[in-house]
Design a protein around this ligand. Structure first.
Ligand SMILES: C[S@@+](CC[C@H](N)C(=O)[O-])C[C@H]1O[C@@H](n2cnc3c(N)ncnc32)[C@H](O)[C@@H]1O
Length: 337
């Protein structure tokens, strides 16, 4: 300890400074909002050209672009000219796994800025700050809602790769997606499995785009929409599979148990529940901690361990049959106990 004190650890200092830097996230978001990667898709362009194409202030844009060059999101092959790196390429709107809409910061950052409140009180900073819960707040703000929808669809595109690989969907005749947002998952699964029928349940604002999503995927005749809170509307009964994807992470145990009880009541003896959530096991609690803090400040939600999920399911009267690894998510398959 004494030796460390007498010799400054510059590596540790630099790492701390890097971890405390929040500018990259905002530079990334600005880049995505301006669709700069789309303008760079054809090859290198100068900051002046990009500013002209996007109607922005060239000298300021140049500085924001350099912040991204420093993080290898863009490259600057010659002074003032920029091109996409592999990371930057993922920001193109037409990339099959486009992450252009994944970096939504608002209103989450405002709640995170009040993390001190949550740590002091144990209560969600979001409701303290805005006087209403997260989804009620979004519902009244179309632009934020649109950002949210885009970010969920971007994540779903990535998740689908693994979800389709690790789970056999071919024998699923009827699927109910609870909190399925604009139906991106259901549309993708139904279009790959022509005999599958689906019911999407989500809040009215979330499902507003679903008819378009279903029509574009050519599955509108097989996918129904139930608009309303899954705590209030009747959940369709006797489906083969009920999906809850990245929904329980946003809830504390009381609400999570309430949703699970409602699903259990709708399930038949052969129905399966698939809980697909970011999850951590006891020994790798490094991965989900950032999301865990975000969920805490937004709605007293939490990233649970697989064991915590099994307990939650057991309390709600389910028997877990298996847990599958699907990259960002784990899939817990359960049946009525
Ligand atoms: C984090 S998003 C996940 C969306 C989607 N399942 C996915 O994985 O992309 C949580 C979803 O839960 C929905 N949700 C939250 N509270 C709800 C409620 N009371 N009833 C129905 N849906 C709800 C939200 O509208 C949102 O679409």
């Amino acid at each position: 300890m004494t030796a460390q004190r007498s010799r400054p650890n510059f590596q540790a200092i630099a790492r701390l400074a890097e971890l405390g830097d929040f500018t990259t996230a905002f530079a990334l978001r600005a880049t995505c909002k301006l669709r700069l990667a789309d303008y760079l898709a054809e090859g290198p362009r100068s900051a002046d050209e990009l500013a002209e194409a996007t109607g922005t202030h060239a000298p300021s844009l140049l500085r924001a672009l350099r912040a991204l060059v420093a993080k290898d999101i863009l490259a600057e092959p010659s002074p003032g000219r920029f091109e996409l790196t592999d990371m930057g390429d993922l920001l193109r709107s037409d990339h099959p796994l486009s992450m252009r809409q994944a970096f939504r910061l608002y209103p989450d950052v405002q709640a995170l800025s009040e993390l001190g409140y949550t740590v002091r009180t144990g209560e969600a900073a979001f409701a303290h700050l805005f006087g209403e819960d997260y989804f009620t707040y979004l519902a009244a703000r179309p632009e934020l809602l649109d950002d949210f929808r885009g970010s969920q669809a971007a994540l779903t595109r990535l998740e689908l790769l693994l979800i389709s690989r690790v789970y056999n969907w071919s024998n699923v005749g009827t699927l109910v997606d609870l909190g399925g947002n604009d139906g991106a998952l259901m549309a993708a699964l139904a279009s790959r499995h022509p005999d599958m029928r689906g019911v999407l349940v989500d809040l009215p604002e979330a499902v507003a785009e679903a008819p378009k999503v279903f029509a574009e995927a050519g599955v509108a005749n097989r996918c129904e929409i139930v608009s309303g809170s899954f705590f209030e509307v009747p959940i369709p009964t006797g489906a083969d599979v009920y999906v809850i994807k990245r929904v329980l992470v946003g809830f504390g145990d009381t609400e999570a148990e309430k949703l699970l009880a409602a699903v259990r009541a709708a399930m038949g003896p052969d129905s399966r529940l698939l809980v697909m959530e970011p999850m951590v096991t006891g020994d790798d609690f490094g991965t989900g901690t950032g999301l865990d803090v975000l969920m805490l400040v937004l709605n007293e939600g939490r990233v649970r361990t697989a064991e915590e999920f099994s307990r939650l399911l057991e309390v709600a009267g389910f028997t877990t049959s298996r847990v599958l690894e699907a990259g960002l998510l784990r899939i817990v398959e359960a049946q009525r106990g």
